[in-house]
Write a protein that binds this ligand. Structure first.
Ligand code: COA
Length: 325
């Protein structure tokens, strides 16, 4: 029997910090409102010349270093992103070239905020089937380029960043169970309408700001709590574990109120929930990856600990992984 395990994690955050006070100068909002409604204090914004692959590469290098494996030993690179450098080639191909990971296959996946959890589950399949030994997964986003910086309903919520993990074949199981779910009929609740084949880029689409993220926040809020609660329960059941077995819950970092409501519905005490949304806002596919990295760095996750990764986002797509660290 072959098992998959995360053997190293990494992250990269752009240097520029945009605080709530900074946003007060851009739109009609306040530090107090943003903190009370979302828990976000600041977010990172990538430089004009910094593309998603630049963030992804740094997170990937960090993960390889922590995993103590060489890029040449990678069999596969998966980049989860909704803000790729170009429509094609994939951002994973750019990473493969820049890492010199010559024998690695590479592709991107589009699962928005569930992208990192979905990539982990995909990596697990390749490893447990025996096809591959070492897979680098990266969640990376430059969301600042799809945000309408005049829309206070959305611009206060998002940020840029990247997180990564090396998933490798191991003797003992590291990923104990997984669950994936989706509801495409609700896709219009969170989307970028133009720039694809349905509404290609034109002067009109740009004038109408159709290349920016649109969201029905209230609806998404309720659905996120419900879906992440359900996903965590289903994954735990598959692993034959109980809520009380969880040492650390890492949900998607979209809103502190969503995270705490999910924890409450699960019946989990707050000290078991890891949050870093205050520093970075919602970085979509990078959120859980960065949080996992910081939970490990800060020793919130210890060897042998049971960790639940719990994701929800555009699609709608959601899912959870129970891992033993
Ligand atoms: N600053 C100040 N006021 C703001 C504001 C801002 N940045 N954004 C919205 N408001 C106002 C609204 O206009 C509204 O005013 P009104 O009552 O006069 O109409 C009021 O605040 C309340 O808005 P509401 O949308 O009800 O707030 P909320 O408590 O639901 O919080 C979100 C809004 C977006 C923070 C919240 O719905 C949310 O987090 N949704 C989920 C987002 C998400 O997870 N997205 C990604 C999923 S992966």
């Amino acid at each position: 029997m072959k098992f998959a395990k995360i053997i190293g994690v990494g992250k990269y955050l752009p240097k520029k910090v945009l605080t709530n006070r900074g946003l007060e100068k851009m739109v009609n909002t306040s530090d107090e409102w943003i903190i009370a409604r979302t828990g976000i204090k600041e977010r990172r914004i990538a430089d004009k010349n910094e593309a998603t692959s630049d963030l992804a590469l740094k997170a990937g290098v960090d993960a390889l270093k922590n995993a103590r494996i060489k890029a040449q030993d990678l069999d596969l690179i998966i980049v989860a992103t909704i803000t790729p450098d170009t429509q094609f080639p994939s951002t994973a191909s750019i990473i493969q070239s820049r890492l010199g990971a010559k024998k690695a296959a590479c592709f991107d996946i589009s699962a928005a905020c569930s992208g990192f959890v979905y990539s982990l589950i995909i990596a697990q399949q390749f490893i447990e089937s025996g096809l591959f030994k070492n897979v680098l997964i990266i969640g990376a986003e430059k969301l600042s380029m799809v945000i309408d910086w005049t829309d206070r309903n959305t611009c206060v919520l998002f940020g840029d960043g990247a997180g990564a993990a090396v998933v490798s074949r191991c003797e003992k199981p590291g990923i104990l169970s997984t669950y994936m779910g989706g509801d495409g009929s609700l896709g219009n609740l969170l989307m970028v309408p133009a720039g694809g084949s349905r509404i290609p880029t034109s002067h009109e689409t740009i004038d109408q700001k159709l290349h920016y993220l649109r969201m029905q926040g209230n609806e998404i809020f309720k659905l996120a709590v419900k879906a992440m609660t359900d996903a965590a329960k289903k994954a735990l059941l598959k692993a034959k574990l109980n809520i009380s077995d969880i040492d650390c819950l890492i949900t998607h970092q979209a809103n502190a109120r969503i995270i705490l409501a999910t924890g409450k519905r699960l019946g989990l005490s707050q000290d078991k929930i890891f949050m870093n949304i205050n520093k970075y806002g919602n970085t979509s596919s990078a959120s859980i990856a960065i949080a996992l990295c910081e939970a490990i760095e800060s020793k919130r996750i210890k060897k042998g600990g049971i960790v639940v990764l719990d994701a929800f986002g555009a699609g709608l797509a959601w899912g959870a992984c129970v891992i033993k660290w």
